[in-house]
Design a protein around this ligand. Structure first.
Ligand code: SF4
Ligand code: FE
Length: 484
């Protein structure tokens, strides 16, 4: 099958029999649900851009497994140029959606699972690498979206998986059968699960031999029996389901949602198992996935940042403040911070290296520096955007009042900025800034910047491991002429 169009993708998701709950009810038609649909539209954009000749080089490539043309979101990176293009593609998607487009988690999982299963098989003569290659070729051929699922609920953070009071707080194998395994547990914060055809599950922490039932990786279709998705609550989420909602949503077309995904005794056939008890490889898989996803943020968050900087600049124009030197300087600072994130994303890609399996991995130190900056800079960029936007961003009347003839005149008259711009357009740009800084998109742009792909401390541990202080001490000794 060739690459799917956006519409074909939407229809392929419609065919799934997903078990989704939201706001107390079962969701019968997630594709048409007004709260969920914007997040589907963001993934749809990964299909639409791949159809456009001007983005072909960035959005598509040739599979090393099949030799066929594939969407880059299903690619195994073959060189540093591939890694750089990945980041550029993510920036582009961030610019086009101003939201999380969700498909990167699967891409990052593919590259981590591919290289790890290769090394597990070498040691244990298992068949995980072949299983995974077969699965990925199927994903590529059918242009599927795959949710990469890593984060377990984790219960008591001071206890390892097998020591938890409830043994299901980390996802585990509860039964081994001749034809496969049965798993139980949950994955939290799952971006894009309800817009994915498949879920690719990985362990979430390094493990010891006593945790071997928790050292499991596999993939199953998202509508497999036993899987339940419970959608996370977002600030301002029900604005999307208000009748004729438009201005108040801030970003009417695109969004992202997350879910708690429960695996209640889900069966996984043997050919879909990619790790099953080899506990010492759990850490390698986690580290590699996290590395790729920390690189990813140097693209996607930058693209969203581009939109936010543009919105802040427009707010300044509409307020008549664009010529003020402090406004210009704030926009420069926002740009500086945003491009610093991008520079890190590109740097860790350009310094990539081949894994033993042959696909390319980023420079882990630089990827962790990238993500550490992402835990900080979007907050400052948002702060500056709010500073420029002014208080009206949070005190603006609703669009219902704007559309009510009794109040519309007052709003038009008193909430106008510069005379050449309509009050409606001023409202639209302020609502977009609100959406990104404290509305539904703040989940992705702010808090996910903090905790996604691992919380800040996780990167600091990696930075300390990769920073190579002994080598730096040696340099200092040589310059200071200190003899060993
Ligand atoms: Fe992709 Fe960014 Fe969303 Fe992660 S947060 S899935 S990298 S868009
Ligand atoms: Fe993420």
């Amino acid at each position: 099958m060739a690459l799917m169009t956006g519409e074909q993708y939407v229809e392929s998701i419609r065919k799934l029999n997903l078990n989704i709950y939201m706001l107390g009810d079962k969701v019968d038609s997630p594709v048409d649900n007004p709260i969920l649909r914007p997040s589907l539209n963001s993934v749809k954009m990964t299909y639409e851009l791949a159809q456009q000749p001007e983005y072909e080089d960035l959005m598509t490539t040739t599979s090393n497994l099949t030799g066929k043309k594939i969407n880059r979101f299903t690619n195994l990176h073959q060189n540093s140029e591939d890694l750089v293009k990945k980041v550029k593609m993510q920036r582009l998607l961030g610019q086009k959606t101003a939201a999380c487009f969700q498909r990167c988690v699967g891409m990052d999982a593919f590259n981590a699972v591919y290289s790890t299963t290769y090394e597990v098989d070498k040691e244990y003569k298992t068949n995980y690498f072949e299983n995974f290659k077969k699965f990925l070729a199927y994903v590529q051929d059918n242009d599927l979206t795959v949710d990469g699922a890593m984060t377990d609920p984790k219960g008591d953070r001071g206890l390892s998986p097998s020591k938890q009071a409830d043994p299901d707080l980390y996802l585990r194998v509860v039964e081994r059968r001749p034809d496969g395994i049965v798993v139980r547990g949950a994955k939290a914060h799952q971006t894009g699960i309800c817009n994915s055809h498949e879920v690719l599950v990985m362990p979430t922490v390094a493990m010891r031999p006593e945790d071997k039932d928790y050292a499991v990786a596999f993939s199953v279709p998202t509508d497999t029996k036993g899987i339940t998705m419970i959608i996370g609550r977002q600030s301002c989420d029900t604005r999307k389901s208000e009748k004729n909602a438009d201005i108040d949503v801030g970003n009417k077309v695109f969004g992202g949602v997350e879910a708690l995904v429960v695996f209640d005794d889900v069966f996984v056939p043997n050919d879909r198992i990619f790790l099953n008890g080899e506990s010492e490889y759990a850490g390698m898989l986690v580290e590699r996935f996290a590395g790729y996803h920390r690189q990813s943020y140097g693209g996607c968050k930058v693209g969203v940042g581009d939109v936010l900087i543009g919105a802040a600049a427009l707010a300044a124009d509409y307020n008549g403040a664009a010529r003020a030197s402090h406004i210009k300087d704030k926009l420069i600072e926002m740009t500086h911070l945003n491009e610093t994130l991008y520079a890190c994303g590109i740097a860790c890609s350009a310094e990539g290296h081949p894994t033993k399996a042959g696909n390319y991995e980023i420079n882990l130190l630089l990827a962790n520096v990238c993500k550490q900056n992402v835990t900080r800079f979007p907050y400052e960029i948002v702060r500056l955007a709010e500073d420029i936007a002014g208080g009206l961003m949070v005190t603006l009347p609703s669009e219902k009042d704007y559309n009510n003839p009794e109040t519309k005149g007052y709003i038009e008259k008193y909430l106008v900025g510069v005379n050449s711009v309509s009050t409606e357009n001023r409202m639209r740009i302020l609502r977009l800034i609100e959406n990104l800084s404290l509305g539904t998109a703040a989940v992705g742009y702010r808090t996910e910047s903090m905790h996604g792909a691992g919380s800040p401390q996780a990167q600091r541990i990696m930075i300390s491991r990769q920073g190579n202080l002994p080598a730096k001490k040696k340099l200092a000794k040589a310059i200071a002429r200190i003899e060993e």
